[in-house]
Design a protein around this ligand. Structure first.
Ligand SMILES: [Zn+2]
Length: 109
């Protein structure tokens, strides 16, 4: 249930309301239950851990796959960086949603 809500980028409280209103804009509160997504300034600094993990989990196989296929090192670096740049909006959204769900289930607020 929660895993599906994370995949669909839904509220950590009710698992129904959308967290994002657009590609980069978040709702201040859940449209379904009113749960606040911004409890304090700098709250989403914790999302950096998830962003870092997802970037490594996606970027490393892409980079090593290109390198193994015989592509020149700096071309691998550029291609992997470009690929991750294209994924930036999705990585940003999922890192924030994962942080919200992590904090809601394991945090104490
Ligand atoms: Zn909600």
């Amino acid at each position: 249930m929660r895993f599906g809500a994370i995949l669909r980028r839904r509220c950590p409280q009710c698992l129904k309301g959308a967290v994002f209103a657009g590609l980069f804009r978040m709702h201040a509160r859940c449209p379904e239950c009113g749960f606040g997504y911004f409890p304090e300034p700098g709250y989403f600094m914790g999302a950096i851990y998830f962003s870092y993990g997802m970037t490594l989990a996606i970027g490393t196989p892409v980079f090593l796959g290109l390198l193994y296929a015989g592509v020149a090192y700096w071309h691998c670096v550029a291609a992997t960086g470009g690929f991750l740049a294209l994924l930036f909006p999705a990585l940003r959204q999922y890192s924030r949603v994962l942080w919200l769900h992590f904090d809601r289930t394991l945090g104490n607020w």
